[in-house]
Structure formats: C-alpha cells, structure tokens
Design a protein around this ligand. Structure first.
Ligand SMILES: NC(=O)c1ccc[n+]([C@@H]2O[C@H](COP(=O)([O-])OP(=O)(O)OC[C@H]3O[C@@H](n4cnc5c(N)ncnc54)[C@H](OP(=O)(O)O)[C@@H]3O)[C@@H](O)[C@H]2O)c1
Length: 254
C-alpha cells in the first residue's frame, strides 16, 4: 500500500487526459494536489472537485508551461501557499502531429519550449522546495514511444520526448545526490483529447494492440497513472534517471 499522506504534488496539465488520471491517483494515495492547467478551467474545476471529495487539499493554478515567467509565478505561489513540494509530475505537452520535414520554426519552438524547456524551468524553480523535502522528492516526466521508435506523424513530438528523456538522465546526474529522483514514464497510445487529433490514430492504436503481449487488455490512463504512482513513492527511491515504458510490451515486439 503506497501512502503519500502529507506530501504535496504538482501535476502539470492535470485538468484532462493522463494528467487528470495521475492527479486522482496521487490524491487517492493521500497526496495534496496542485493542479495546473492552461485553458480548460471547467475541466480543471471538475478534476479539482473530484480530488476534494477524496478529502485532499487541492488548488488549481493556471500557467502556461512554455512560459518561464508563468512557471516562476506558479512555483512562488506553491512555496507561499503550501511551503513544500514533494512530487513534481511534468505532464503538460503539445502533440503537434505531422510531417517532420514540413515543420515550421514556430511549431518547432512551441513543441520544444513546452515539452522540454518546460521540465527544465519547472525543476529550476522548484529546486529549493524539492531539495528541502525530508524524504526523497520525486520528479516524473511523461514521455512517449516516439522517443525511440519511428512513428507516423510523430517526428517532432518524438524528438522532443527523446530530448526530454535525456534531460531527465542529466538532471539525475546533476541533482540526484540532493535527494531527488528523476525518472520518466514512456506511455504507449491512450485515447485522449490530444491523441484523437493524430492522423490515423485508430490504426496506430490497433497496431499497438496487435503488438501488445498482455492479452486483450486495452492500455488506459489508469495504467500510466499506476506507473507514476510507483515512481512518486518511496518504493522507487533507488530508481534514478530511468525511463519506464508502459505499453503492454508493444515497443519490444517485432
Ligand atoms: N495519450 C497518450 O497516448 C500519450 C502517449 C504518450 C505520452 N503522452 C504524454 O502524456 C502527457 C499528457 O498527454 P494527454 O494525451 O493526456 O493530453 P491531453 O488529454 O490532451 O491533456 C493535455 C493537458 O496538458 C495541458 N496543457 C497543454 N499545454 C499546456 C501548457 N502550455 N501549459 C500548461 N498545461 C498545458 C492541458 O491543459 P488544458 O486542459 O488547460 O488545455 C491538459 O491538461 C503528454 O506529455 C503526452 O505527450 C500521452
């Protein structure tokens, strides 16, 4: 039984999709939650209400993780309001599915600034809180299988996730001795608002199902949240700089 009672967790992009499932999972385990969103206030309100019904403290913070000033303001607010941060889940990202060769500079910048620089700015600003925790604090970044594989329409987001996983390893190298675990969860395809916009999403999903080695189980947001919960818990204190793949084995099957 994982007990996160007394811990404070920030989940970026916690209003919808995988972030919502992760926020609920951490709250069910006892953590108080800071729920970040950028645009969907109604979805954030609904997720926050669900967390409050679990008896946890919950706060919503609107901030764009591609904007360093927004991140700095969010972490200042967390410091003043909660005075601690034990778990940081860097989940918010943009998909930007399409042809890599046709990528415009502004699309490249937005994807990298949201998906990669966002993590770096979060860690820079959260460091005093993360390093001040009495037990190991945890940073978990959400990656995708495009980091390793060549997937149709995923060149830009895949490159951003490869950079993200490398950043996770190097943050572990630079800061791991300060009592912070840095790890990534590499999720397979799950049906969410973003993935539904991917061209040929249904065929990508069925190709994954075909290669999964886990019977008829469909990969869900809850499966991803379970992996994040483990990496947010003391059970993973000796897991450092890793990427945990959660895709039913699809990525290792030819
Ligand atoms: N779903 C999958 O199959 C899959 C697979 C592999 C990896 N992932 C990764 O999992 C994470 C979540 O994906 P998802 O599919 O759950 O997405 P989603 O359902 O579309 O939700 C995206 C979330 O990110 C937030 N967000 C987007 N841009 C933001 C920004 N600039 N600043 C702050 N928040 C922002 C959104 O906030 P608003 O609600 O306010 O718009 C929303 O909460 C991403 O890192 C994604 O790459 C997903």
């Amino acid at each position: 039984m994982i007990d996160l009672t007394g811990k404070v967790a920030l989940v970026t992009g916690g209003s919808r999709g995988l972030g919502r499932a992760i926020a609920l999972k951490l709250a069910e385990a006892g953590a108080d939650i800071v729920l970040n969103f950028v645009a969907s206030r109604t979805a954030a309100d609904q997720t926050a209400e669900h967390i409050a019904r679990l008896g946890r403290r919950v706060a919503e913070v609107q901030a764009d993780v591609s904007e360093p000033d927004d991140i700095a303001a969010m972490l200042d607010w967390i410091s003043e309001t909660f005075g601690r941060l034990d778990i940081l889940v860097s989940n918010a990202a943009v998909g930007n599915f399409g042809s890599l060769i046709e990528t415009r500079p502004e699309e490249f910048d937005l994807t990298m600034n949201t998906n990669v620089r966002g993590l770096l700015m979060l860690v820079q600003n959260a460091l005093p809180l993360l390093a001040g925790s009495t037990s190991n604090s945890k940073v978990i970044a959400l990656s995708s299988t495009g980091a390793n594989l060549a997937l149709p329409h995923c060149g830009l987001v895949g490159a951003s996730k490869a950079a993200l996983e490398s950043a996770v390893r190097h943050l572990a190298l630079e800061l791991g001795d300060r009592g912070i675990n840095f790890n990534a969860v590499q999720a397979g395809w799950v049906d969410t608002d973003t993935t539904r916009t991917a061209p040929e999403f249904e065929s990508l999903l069925s190709a994954q199902s075909f290669r999964q080695m886990t019977g008829d189980r469909v990969l869900t947001a809850d499966d991803i949240a379970n992996a994040v919960l483990f990496l947010a818990s003391p059970l993973s204190d000796l897991i450092q700089g890793q990427t945990l793949v959660v895709d039913g084995g699809a990525a290792v099957r030819v």
